[in-house]
Ligand binder design. Structure first.
Ligand SMILES: Cc1ncc(COP(=O)(O)O)c(C=O)c1O
Length: 444
């Protein structure tokens, strides 16, 4: 693909979004690059959103987009679901947040504990970042060990110890295999010294690190379905190997299910039948409001127990378990029945099959990844198994394709996405037709 094709997509996008362009200029006066959130920015500038309804969002220039980004998979009931609006409005009038607990946190905790195999008890936070941070802290306290193991290219939020080897550019990767690469200049070297980085789906590499350093490793944190690789599931064998080795060596296994929890009523751990010691959650469990949670075995979580002499790990949070979020989250859980999971996951399968069919008909080499209601598109010959496979996609192609889809009225999350409960076969056909048109524009 030549760069003129990318430029043509940028020009079309600019033509349709003059007001967003102006707002970006204004925003840049007060926010660095006009942005408060890395993933909300894209070049040349993001479209500013005015409204969301069901599967669609609208921008300030009046463009309508079929939304497969749905705020980074969090809006599994779509935008502005009336049941969510109703409880939020009701709770606002009763008070947004109090310093004391409410019954709503028991309700959401009860349903999450009953659904997720690894979760005996749970604590709520306001983000997935806090959830993974506190889960790691609990694992360190429980094991009295310091080091952590994470996957190369795995994202677990923006706190320090997981800000290692996340978006490592190709030229910084050690050809001999994963090493801990700081995410930013000036990061204390002690941080990456505390982190072992392993390749996804590489059981031998994982076992080697675990066995050689078991006296120092507190936990392994990983996604059973890794979001940043277009929702590539780990192989079941790999997960089982990691599970049994961590158990044998006294290492806490943390599944980051901030995204993968939508796979089944008990998350990816139920889907694969592999139960970790701790689980981090976020996204869908807050009904579209800021949320996170972490939970696990009672004996590990007990370090947060404030009764009986006080908690061993202090964990506060002004808005933790606030009743608006708890009630919105409860609405989501009530909507996610076994039938709904089947429907949305079957639709995901249909979507991936249709994308594969489009590319094979056009003779364009791609890898379509995903599971359940997730999908990812990769313009590479490499079957996607780890980070090094993912980054073989040419960034210019990625950018052009994303903008091309936007110009077709389809919003993706990079080149991946997920469905919501209102997604239909017609939506999928619309996506597949747009993919076809953009692929022809860019590659033919
Ligand atoms: C797998 C995973 N873990 C953790 C996080 C962090 O969650 P939050 O953005 O709510 O801090 C994210 C966010 O995208 C995520 O995808």
């Amino acid at each position: 693909m030549n760069v003129q094709k990318l430029q043509a997509e940028i020009d079309s996008y600019r033509m349709c979004t003059p007001m967003s362009s102006e707002l970006q200029e204004k925003a840049a006066r007060y926010l660095p690059g006009g942005s408060s959130r890395g993933t909300a920015y894209f070049d040349p500038y993001p479209h500013f959103v005015s409204e969301g309804k069901g599967s669609y969002i609208y921008d300030v220039d009046g463009n309508k987009y079929l939304d497969f980004m749905i705020n980074a998979t969090s809006l599994i009931l779509g935008h502005a679901h009336p049941d969510i609006s109703a409880v939020v409005k009701d709770q606002i009038d009763l008070g947004a947040a109090y310093s004391g607990p409410t019954t709503s946190q028991i309700d959401l905790a009860e349903i999450l504990c009953s659904r997720i195999p690894s979760v005996d008890t749970i604590r709520f936070t306001n983000s997935g970042t806090e959830a993974t941070m506190m889960a790691i802290r609990a694992a360190r306290k429980y094991t009295d060990k310091e080091k952590i193991v994470k996957i190369e290219g795995g994202y677990h939020g923006s706190h320090e110890y997981v800000s290692v080897s996340v978006y490592t550019p190709a030229h910084k990767l050690n050809p001999a295999g994963p090493t801990a690469v700081p995410e930013y200049g000036g990061q204390p070297i002690n941080v990456s010294n505390e982190v072992f980085v392993v390749e996804y789906n590489d059981a031998i590499g994982m076992l080697d690190i675990l066995e050689s350093n078991s006296d120092d490793i507190a936990c392994v944190i990983m996604e059973p379905v890794i979001s940043s690789f277009g929702y590539t599931p780990a192989s079941k064998d790999y997960l089982e190997t990691v599970r049994s080795k961590t158990r044998e060596l006294g290492i806490v296994l943390i599944f980051d299910e901030v995204q993968s929890f939508r796979l089944s009523s008990g998350g990816a751990q139920e889907y694969f039948g592999v139960v970790p010691d701790m689980t981090a959650l976020g996204k869908i469990i807050g009904g579209g409001l800021a949320v996170g949670a972490f939970g696990g075995k009672r004996e590990i979580m007990d370090c947060f127990n404030p009764t009986d002499g006080g908690a061993e790990i202090a964990h506060a949070g002004t808005f933790n378990a606030n009743p608006i979020t708890m009630r919105a989250g409860m609405v989501v859980m009530q909507h996610l029945t076994p039938d709904v999971y089947s429907q949305i996951n079957n639709l995901g399968e249909e979507l991936r099959a249709k994308l594969s069919a489009v590319f094979s008909e056009l003779n364009i080499t791609t890898q379509i990844t995903g599971i359940g209601s997730f999908f990812g598109i990769h313009f590479t010959e490499n079957e996607i198994s780890n980070y090094r496979d993912v980054i073989t996609t040419d960034p210019t192609v990625k950018k052009a394709f994303f903008l091309g889809m936007l110009n077709e009225g389809i919003l993706l999350n990079g080149l991946s996405g997920s469905l919501n409960i209102f997604s239909t076969t017609e939506n999928i056909n619309e996506l597949a037709s747009a993919v076809r048109r953009v692929a022809i524009r860019l590659f033919k």
